[in-house]
Design a protein around this ligand. Structure first.
Ligand code: OXT
Ligand code: ADP
Ligand code: MG
Length: 579
């Protein structure tokens, strides 16, 4: 630390006036708002900021690449309903973090990206400053809000605006641009303290009007084949009891989107996860709770939704513009989910009739048949392991440890795990989300461990793992209770593609065969285990989950076992021209 800075940090000024500076104002503003963890990568101009933040009691977790720090911050936001904070250096560090900020925004997770930037005067005249980039302009279209702070006395208000923008209404990512010069600006310490803002009621309740509630109730009462879809917005809101009460009072079957699994247990008598195709096709009224009719639900139309015009949608969401985004919403209910559901429940009282038995029987018969088939499949013990064998082992381990956090990415590894591993508690499953993005794995695992203190199991395709694999050093450095299982099938989707020219290069989807990923973990002092059978896999993961030691299990999967893009192969365009 420079002498000049040290003088300032100790609050001594030339003329005896107590001073504060940009560094301290930012730290104080974050702490005042209970933002006590920062995920980031140090460097010019924010290295000293990280040091001072740590010295002042903020937990500063340093990553190997900003994208993973950003993904960790986003997941922290999802789990806590407070914006997760990511800290990056200028231009390249900022850009690395920006993918995570955009992904957080796409997923409606609250997050703040704090980035150092170069000197405005030089950047604006494009005079070639160190890491020159107009970061504010670049961030703007990719996040919910973006602000630049030029004066130390504005830090308090800027942090307050960032927090409110991130968590109010539909949550999302916020960018805060912090030019290097800001950190060193000094001001009177008392005035500085007065400039800080504690955000009051950052995500205020928003109640829908009574006519909207009546409309929704009338549509729901008219249903012969109702269905509730639970999305990750419903998991995010932490209104678990109200949601449970609504689902159980209504008696309506529910379908959880992937990250809403566990909001009510997958074993719940009303769970229709295992009858997905049937309920989407047959339902006549669909109640959307914190879920969007995007690609993951075939935009609410087309073959998977049955006859055109056969459905009415009731949508509960905090974002008015989500209504009619893809199809007509017969009953839009705009408000925060907890309040909207409470109003619905009031209107359901004693007069509420359970859905027709014929519908329930049809749904649950299909579900039970599918569950029976799957139960048989996952009992298998093939060597080499296929996805069912390996996931069958992990399913039992998670069933015994319902509070474990599950992180999941890949294609086949993701799609098979989603239906095979049952969840029984809310917000325990973190996956690729709305973008289907690879690379969330290790950042999500770090945040899941740090924010919950629970054991984490990260189930990773070998390709998916590669996007964030270097962060296993971060996991070892902080000694986090993370067990990573790599489903190693030698490539993207599978390891069997061949180069049609017969040339030396392998096919684009194929990796080095039998890669020894477990040795990477050993290099950093963690446990690294090579597992070729169901028994070996079970033993390795149980040991890891019991000990809490950072562990990587290289699970060898039959390289023929996967299919192109898992369950979304239909989205691949294919050339019809033969050349
Ligand atoms: O009702 P039906 O009969 O239809 O049956 C359904 C359920 O009823 C039933 N089911 C059950 N049965 C019994 N018991 C239970 N408990 C049960 N639960 C359900 O099972 C079926 C299926 O149910 P499900 O899963 O609910 O429904 P379905 O139809 O699959 O749902 C549709 C979707 C769309 C909602 C769902 O499929 C979904 O959520 N999909 C997400 C898919 C996704 O996001 N994929 C990731 C992206 S793929 C690709 O892009 C990849 N890349 C490119 C790339 C990416 N993504 N990112 C970046 C930054 N760069 C590049 C790459 C590189 S994947 C990838 C790597 C892949 O290789 P890896 O090595 O990592 O992975 P492997 O493939 O393993 O090798
Ligand atoms: P999934 O992928 O699980 O279907 P989405 O991310 O598509 O879920 O949808 C989440 C939805 O939840 C978004 O439309 C978002 O606006 C909504 N949401 C977020 N917070 C709230 C809240 N407090 N009340 C109601 N809806 C919310
Ligand atoms: Mg693979």
């Amino acid at each position: 630390m420079s002498v000049e800075l040290q003088e300032r940090t100790e609050g001594t000024a030339v003329e005896g006036e107590a001073l504060t500076d940009g560094f301290h104002l930012l730290i104080d503003a974050l702490k005042m708002n209970d933002l006590n963890t920062i995920y980031g990568v140090p460097g010019i101009p924010i290295t000293d900021f990280g040091r001072l933040a740590q010295a002042n009691g903020i937990r500063v977790l340093s990553f190997r690449h900003e994208q993973h720090a950003g993904n960790a911050a986003a997941v922290a936001g999802y789990l806590t309903k407070k914006p997760g904070v990511c800290l990056t250096v200028s231009a390249p560090g900022f850009l690395n973090g920006l993918t995570a900020l955009a992904n957080a925004t796409t997923n409606c997770f609250p997050m703040i990206l704090l980035s150092g930037s170069s000197e405005r005067e030089i950047v604006d005249l494009q005079q070639g400053d160190y890491e020159e980039m107009d970061q504010l302009a670049i961030a703007k279209p990719l996040c919910k809000a973006a602000f630049r702070v030029l004066h130390a006395e504005d830090i308090g208000i800027a942090v307050a605006r960032a927090i409110r923008a991130a968590v109010s209404g539909r949550p999302g990512g916020v960018y805060l641009d912090l030019p290097a010069a800001l950190f060193g600006q000094t001001m009177n310490a008392v005035a500085g303290a007065q400039s800080l803002v504690k955000v009051i009621d950052p995500a205020p309740r928003q109640l829908p009007g009574p006519e909207a509630v009546d409309r929704a109730l009338n549509v729901l009462k008219s249903a012969r084949k109702p269905l509730i879809i639970l999305g990750k917005g419903a998991a995010y809101v932490q209104e678990d009891e109200t949601i449970k009460k609504f689902v159980e009072t209504s008696g309506i079957p529910f379908l959880p989107m992937s990250m809403a699994k566990g909001l009510l247990p997958d074993s719940h008598p009303q769970c229709a996860a295992a009858a997905r195709s049937l309920v989407l096709k047959e339902a006549d009224v669909v109640v959307m709770l914190g879920a969007r009719l995007n690609w993951l639900l075939s935009h609410g139309k087309g073959k998977s939704w049955g006859e055109p015009g056969s459905k009415k949608f009731i949508q509960l969401d905090i974002e008015p513009q989500e209504m009619d985004s893809n199809v007509e919403i017969a009953a839009p209910l705009v408000g925060d989910l907890g309040s909207s559901l409470q109003l619905m429940l009031q209107g359901m009282d004693n007069s509420w009739k359970q859905p027709p038995v014929a519908w329930l029987d049809t749904v649950y018969a299909k579900r039970d048949a599918n569950v029976a088939k799957l139960t048989q499949r996952v009992g298998a013990d093939t060597t080499p392991m296929d996805f069912s064998t390996a996931l069958g082992a992990l399913r039992e381990i998670i069933a015994d440890r319902p509070d474990a956090m599950l992180v999941n990415e890949g294609a086949n590894t993701l799609d098979f795990a989603r239906s095979i591993i049952n969840m029984s508690e809310p917000r325990k499953r973190i996956d690729v989300g709305t973008w289907g993005i690879m690379g969330i794995g290790m950042g999500a695992a770090v945040a899941a461990a740090v924010e919950t203190g629970n054991q984490v199991l990260a189930v990773e395709g070998d390709s998916a793992f590669g996007f964030s694999g270097m962060e296993i050093e971060t996991i070892c450095r902080y000694n986090l209770p993370v067990c990573i299982v790599i489903f190693n099938n030698n490539g993207i989707y599978r390891g069997t593609d061949e180069n049609p020219t017969g040339g030396e290069d392998v096919a684009p989807t194929v990796f080095v065969k039998d890669s020894r990923y477990e040795l990477m973990m050993q290099a950093f002092g963690g446990e690294g285990i090579y597992a070729t059978s169901r028994d070996e896999l079970t033993k390795a993961v149980v040991n890891a989950m019991d000990s809490g030691k950072p562990t990587l299990v290289n699970a060898i999967i039959d390289e023929n076992a996967g299919t192109e893009s898992g369950r979304i192969g239909n989205l691949n365009p294919q050339s019809v021209v033969k050349k």
